[in-house]
Design a protein around this ligand. Sequence first.
Ligand code: ADP
Length: 401
Amino acid sequence: MKILVINAGSSSLKYQLIDMTDESVIAKGLVERIGVGVGGDKSNLSHKYADKKYEVEIEKLPDHNAAMELVLQTLTGKEHGVISDLSEIGAVGHRVLHGGEKFTASCLIDDAVIAAIEENIPLGPLHNPANLMGIRACQKVLPDVPQVAVFDTAFHQTMEPKAYRYAIPNEYYTDLHIRKYGFHGTSHRYIAARSQELLGLPKGNKVIICHLGNGSSLSACVDGKCTDTSMGLTPLDGLVMGTRSGTLDPAVVEFICNRKGMTVSECLNMLNKKSGLQALAGSSDMRDVTARYDAGDPDAKLAIEMWAYVLKKYIGSYAAAMGGVDAIIFTAGIGENHVRARKWACEGLEFMGVKIDDARNEAAHGEAKISADDSRVQVWVIPTNEELAIARDTLEIATKK
Ligand code: ADP
C-alpha cells in the first residue's frame, strides 16, 4: 500500500508518499507561503522524487485545500508525477500536534476525532487549526481514503501524575487541563522502539532519548515507555533550543511585560521565536554557532556552554529520577550530525558511567554505537524517522479489520 503522510503547518504543508511494501520514499515535498496575507504574493512548491528535484513559484494559494490539490496534481502529473492515479493512495496519515489527554495512540479520523482535535485548539493554538485544515483538505479531495491522526503528544501519555502535574492549585488541572504533555512524541516513540530492538538491554532498562534539532526535547524511558520529558504544556519548556529559551522562571514574563510595555503574547513570541541560540549567538543554526565559536566569538562560546550545561542537567536529573541509566541516544539534526555537540553533551558525565569513544563518535553514520566498550552506559546515534512512524501507524490502523 502507498501511504501519504501530511504535516500541515500554519502556512506550509509537508508531504511524503511512502511505499509500505519496502518502506521506501516515492516522493516528498513542501508547499510554503500558503494563505493570503502570508509573506509575499506567491506560494512555492518543492518536490523531490527518485533523484530529481522540481521547484516552482506559483500563484498564491489561498488555503490548504488549494495546497492539497497542488500536491495531488504534482504526484499524479505527467511531468513530475510518481503515481498514475489517486486511487493508488491507500491511506493518509496526518501529524497532529496536540492530542491533549484524550489521545494515547494514533487513531482513524472520524467526526468525533475531528471534534476532539478542535477541543484541543486552546492547547495547540497555532498547530491544531493547521492540522485540521490539512485533514479537511484531504477529506475533500480524497473522500474515500482512510485518514489517520498521529499525535505528537501521545507517546508521553504514559507519564505518571508525579511527572506531569505542576505544583499549582488543582482547578488549573481539572478545569483548564494544565499539565506537562510533551512533544516530538512520534520521534521519541520511534527511537524508544528502535532502542529496544537494537541495544540488547535487559528488562527494566532505562534510556534517555535526546531529540536535538531546531526544537529539542529529552525523554526518560523505562522499557521503551515514557516516564518524563522536557517539554511541557507547550514546546517552550526544557532545553536551550534554536529559537526557544527553554526553562526559565515564569516570573520573568511579568517582569519583561511591565518593563518593556509588552503583552504576554508578545513576550511569549519573543521566548519562542527570538530566544535560544538565536538570541545568545545571533543564529538559530548550531552549525553557524559552532563556526563562530571556532572563530573565537565569546557569545557563541557562552551559547554552546549554556546549551550543553542545560542538556547535561536534564540527563543527570533523568538518571536520578529513573534510578540509573543504561543508554543515552542522540537523534534529530544536531543529535545525528553534530559530532562535537554529542561530545559536549557527554563531557563531564564520566562519573555516571558515560564514556564516548572519539573515533566511533567521529565515524558515526546512521545507527551507530559511539560509547567505549568499557562505558557502563551505552551511547548511540539513531536517526529518527517521524514520517515512517506515521506511515506505519497509518498502515496498521487503516488495514485493521
Ligand atoms: P527541526 O526541529 O527544524 O526538524 P532539525 O532536526 O532539522 O530541526 O535540526 C536542525 C539543527 O540540526 C540545526 O541546528 C543544524 O545546525 C543542525 N544540523 C543539521 N545538519 C547538520 C550537520 N550536518 N552537522 C551539524 N549540525 C547539523
